[in-house]
Design a protein around this ligand. Structure first.
Ligand code: ATP
Length: 294
């Protein structure tokens, strides 16, 4: 009997581990959605990032050739600048993120970083250069320390704490009885959406990539959490090229340029003030969200 129950118990554990990792994978690919469909060109060199200048030039793309999704998208993100993508669900914002990560190749036009077409460099080097902060940061069933340090294998304790500090997470962690050794994830402490996103930001700060793709969480946050997130996003954006898929207009206000998307096209672009003054689609979005928030 014992011989049977032990393996069954173990099987249960293994099953739970596998299920958890499948959940992790599913969350991880929520932004990326699908495994890569592209491969490296033979002999492709690594991407050399000088200052992180991102350029989309007349990009056309469809997941299915008969259904175009992006219909001639052109924009650039100069080094150190933040561009925010806003627009209705299905407008193509996440698709732009997936093309930057080269999960798919464009059907016309090009995407380049510092003048190098993404199709001409290795994917590994491209993925090293871009940090992703997903909508819902995946937490491993491990300690908070592990979950942050995951951003960089050779990180020291001081590096991890510095990243947590910059992500406005350190004080919260220090207030927990087990501090950085607190277990999180399915079988540990449940973190709020805002805390989870800050773990994602701390990881990215630790990885220290020149380019960041931020898929902002849609969930409504209370004022203090929103302020903490904004502070940690500001720390992460300093000196980096950032593309934000924006859902909350508070992030957008800080962006150097806002691209308003509709049905695979950019219909308005400019700073928050310029777009408000224009009194077009963005101004309408802004008024609606401000009213909803009130
Ligand atoms: P949201 O704000 O809801 O995330 P979005 O602006 O990011 O929307 P995308 O996710 O880029 O929009 O989707 C643009 C269009 O592409 C949608 O019509 C969507 O149905 C389609 N689409 C997205 N991913 C896939 C996919 N993997 N295969 C086929 N079509 C897809």
């Amino acid at each position: 009997m014992i011989q049977i129950t032990i393996p069954l118990n173990m099987l249960g554990m293994v099953y739970r581990e596998i299920r958890q990792s499948l959940i992790d994978m599913a969350e991880m690919f929520a932004l990326l959605d699908q495994p890569p469909e592209v491969s490296d060109r033979p002999g492709a060199p690594p991407l050399r990032v000088r200052d992180g200048h991102v350029r989309f030039e007349s990009v056309e793309f469809g997941y299915d050739p008969v259904r175009p999704i992006l219909k001639g998208i052109s924009f650039e993100v100069p080094p150190g600048h933040t561009v925010a993508l806003v627009g209705a669900s299905g407008a193509g914002k996440s698709t732009i993120g997936r093309l930057l990560f080269r999960f798919y190749d464009v059907s016309a036009g090009s995407v380049s970083i510092d003048g190098q077409d993404l199709r001409d460099v290795t994917q590994a080097s491209l993925h090293d250069a871009i940090g992703i902060v997903p909508q819902d940061t995946v937490l491993f069933n491990d300690t908070l320390y592990y979950n942050i340090a995951y951003g960089r294998e050779d990180a020291t304790r001081a590096d991890v704490e510095d990243a947590a500090r910059a992500a406005r997470l350190h004080d919260f962690i220090a207030s927990l009885p087990d501090g950085y050794d607190t277990q999180v994830g399915e079988r540990g402490l449940k973190l709020s959406g805002g805390e989870k996103q800050r773990v994602g930001i701390a990881r990215t700060l630790l990885k220290n990539p020149p380019i960041v793709l931020l898929d902002e969480a849609t969930s409504a946050l209370d004022t203090q959490t929103e302020r903490d997130i904004q502070d940690s996003l500001r720390a992460m954006s300093a000196g980096r090229t950032v593309i934000t898929i924006a859902h909350r207009l508070s992030t957008v206000v800080d962006a150097d340029t806002i691209l308003v998307m509709e049905d695979g096209r950019v219909i308005e672009r400019g700073s928050h003030d310029a777009l408000l003054a224009r009194d077009g689609q963005y101004a309408r979005l802004w008024t609606r969200q401000a009213r909803e928030a009130a």
